[in-house]
Design a binder for this molecule. Structure first.
Ligand SMILES: Nc1ncnc2c1ncn2[C@@H]1O[C@H](COP(=O)(O)OP(=O)(O)OP(=O)(O)O)[C@@H](O)[C@H]1O
Ligand SMILES: [Mg+2]
Length: 347
């Protein structure tokens, strides 16, 4: 199997962004999604956490889109809302199945089960909720059978197929979960979702607990699935360097909003939003020569709590370039160059 390993300790940046198998056929559309959590419902002082605050995104078949942002920016909540694990406060999630648009929010019963199979999620630690004393085979068999795949040979065939897709020898199915290495666990985590032949996989920080060399293996699997099987990925990471390795496009999220969206090479070589620039500056794996070209910008302070939403641009209290308009009006996400959108009054 072809293996591409990242240099130890770093993720190479600067090479051309991957195209993936992306076409123009839209498979997932997120329309003005809001997810607000209400805390302290009983107490008088109730606070609203605007975890996702008006996100719209379209993902093409076979595309890998990286969603990047600091901790608490709302990445996981967005991913969970897309697959229906969190109920949106407003907005729609539309998935295209066999050419027909389906609204996830409106689906019930069998229709819901069918759509849900098309949308899968892989977490940072895929087995945190699974009995470590279970055999790998059972960890794959049980979800498959509960989905309705009957017959031992059909189940065995599917399991053998997904083991091949994640590059693991078939005998690993006889191991117990606790015997797996970190890299193997994540491969099995991906195998578990490939069982359903999903069209979209939300990969939520799938490599952040792995060593650099193992990261490369997992990113390879993701890239191959996108190219060869047309699987679309929303790849969630807080690391710009990792975002760049696999993605065709990168979306930068700040306090529930997309502040910049564009082709990975455009975002890395010509970042526009001060927050994107600061994130690139802060990323240890970004090539120093590239950092030199980004005007040295220092953002102020910590990420605001998502309960504190400043008026105007949410980034204004931390932004060294903030003007009066930034404190008064929220900037819309608008295209300033072909395929490159930014929400910032500087443009
Ligand atoms: N179930 C919930 N109830 C209340 N608040 C929540 C809930 N889930 C998430 N939040 C809040 O929503 C905000 C966004 O959280 P989220 O986990 O989506 O961020 P994230 O970008 O994935 O962060 P990280 O990089 O740490 O994983 C945070 O302020 C978090 O505390
Ligand atoms: Mg998260």
């Amino acid at each position: 199997m072809e293996e591409k390993r990242l240099p130890a300790g770093s993720t190479e940046i600067g090479a051309q962004a991957k195209g993936g198998g992306a076409g123009t056929e839209i498979v997932l559309r997120i329309e003005d999604l809001h997810v607000h959590f209400v805390k302290n419902k009983i107490l008088e002082k109730r606070t609203v956490v605007k975890a996702v605050d008006g996100v719209s995104l379209e993902l093409a078949k076979g595309e890998i889109l990286s969603l990047v942002g600091e901790s608490g920016s709302g990445k996981t909540t967005l991913g969970r809302a897309v697959i229906g694990l969190v109920r949106p406060s407003s907005g729609r999630i539309v998935i295209v199945v066999d050419g027909a648009e389906r609204d996830i929010g409106g689906a019930r019963g069998k229709e819901w089960k069918r759509l849900r199979a098309h949308l899968q999620i892989v977490f940072q630690d895929p087995f945190s909720s699974i009995d470590p004393n279970m055999r790998v085979y059972d960890a794959l068999r049980i979800p498959l059978q509960s989905y309705g795949v009957k017959g031992q040979s059909a189940v065995a065939k599917k399991i053998s197929d997904v083991m091949r897709r994640v590059g693991l020898p078939e005998q690993v199915v006889n191991n117990y979960i606790f015997q797996l290495s970190g890299g193997q666990r994540q491969r099995i985590g991906i195998a578990r979702v490939l069982l359903f032949d999903p069209s979209v996989i939300i990969a939520d920080e799938p490599v952040s607990m792995l060593d650099a060399s193992l990261k490369g293996d997992i990113l390879n699997i993701i890239e191959r699935e996108s190219k060869e099987n047309g699987v679309t990925f929303l790849f969630i990471t807080h690391d710009m360097a990792v975002a760049k390795v696999v993605a065709r496009r990168i979306a930068v999220m700040y306090l529930g909003k997309i502040v910049e969206l564009g082709l990975a090479e455009d975002l890395l070589f010509d970042p526009l939003h001060p927050y994107t620039k600061a994130m690139l500056q802060a990323s240890p794996a970004i090539d120093p020569s590239m950092k030199e070209r980004i005007k040295n910008i220092n953002i102020i302070g910590e990420l605001a709590k998502s309960t504190d939403h400043p008026s105007g641009c949410k980034f204004n209290p931390r932004c060294p370039f903030a003007m009066d308009v930034c404190r008064e009006k929220e900037p819309p996400l608008k295209e300033v160059k072909a395929g490159h959108q930014v929400a910032c009054w500087l443009y």
